[in-house]
Design a protein around this ligand. Structure first.
Ligand code: IPE
Ligand code: IPE
Ligand code: MG
Length: 246
């Protein structure tokens, strides 16, 4: 992998894994077939990223709006989460990956919540890469939740309202202890955020792929990472200022 002098390798990559349903539909198969195939892509991409030295990978698995899908699809997605965690936790643990979940987990079944806790506690000591799985996650939920957490701290006298700034707010969000994503990837051809990490994506580089998630391969992720190294991140400065400091 070549790395550009101006933009170092991304430390945090986040992905909206989209296109499972359309992939299945093209094959005249039920949507759930696409979700199953999508899990295989997820496994490959996680392995690729760990191998490439990415320290934080955040994957959007189920949005707070995905409950609005037909019951049958929601139920099979819940079953697939459970099966995938049971099947891959051990393997990911052996690869040194720390798995964490972000999102409102209270809406999941007791069994799935227990599995989430088990996966998180088994892998919590790993440091090669942190894999954040966004499940029942919404960016607006995250921001409202952070506001509630901070309000409670003010109410309890632990924090002065005047001390709430961007830093304290960011720390109260999901991923509050991780750097902001450097690179955002969305597969499946849509050009939108769909309520993913609204706050945290403020300065991420966006990369959209028309490839559907089940067919997103190593070459595709490599292309996204290489494109990232060609971007110039200016954070409000001029291109000349960035060139002078690199
Ligand atoms: C993404 O694929 C997976 C989830 C949202 C769970 P989709 O299921 O959204 O696939 P398309 O967009 O309908 O093709
Ligand atoms: C976003 O994809 C959520 C996940 C990939 C989990 P959707 O397919 O739900 O997004 P919209 O509805 O097309 O915006
Ligand atoms: Mg979709």
């Amino acid at each position: 992998m070549t790395s550009h002098a101006q933009v170092p390798f991304p430390s945090h990559v986040c992905i909206i894994m989209d296109g499972n349903g359309r992939w299945a539909k093209k094959r005249l198969m039920p949507r759930n077939f696409g979700h199953r195939k999508g899990v295989e892509t997820t496994r490959r991409v996680v392995e690729f990223c760990a191998h490439a030295g990415i320290k934080h990978l955040t994957l959007f698995a189920f949005s707070s709006e995905n409950w609005n899908r037909p019951d049958e699809e929601v139920n099979s997605l819940m079953e697939l989460f459970m099966q995938s965690l049971q099947k891959y936790t051990g393997e990911l643990h052996e690869k040194g990956i720390c798995i964490r979940f972000i999102g409102n987990r209270a809406s999941f079944s007791d069994g799935l919540q227990r599995q989430i806790v088990e996966t998180e506690s088994k892998t919590s000591g790993n440091s090669r890469m942190t894999l954040n799985i966004a499940a029942n996650y919404g960016g607006r939920w995250d921001i409202a939740n952070a506001a509630r957490v901070l309000a409670c701290r003010v109410q309890d006298g632990e924090l002065a309202a005047a001390d709430i700034d961007e830093k304290t707010f960011a720390q109260a969000l999901a991923l509050g202890d991780s750097p902001d994503p450097d690179l955002f990837i969305r597969t499946g051809g849509e050009r939108r955020i769909s309520n993913f990490l609204l706050w945290q994506l403020a300065y991420a580089e966006f990369y959209f792929s028309d490839r559907l998630w089940p067919e997103f391969g190593d070459d595709d992720i490599r292309a996204a990472l290489e494109e990232y190294t060609r971007r110039q991140r200016r954070y409000g400065k001029t291109g000349e200022q960035i060139e002078a400091s690199s």
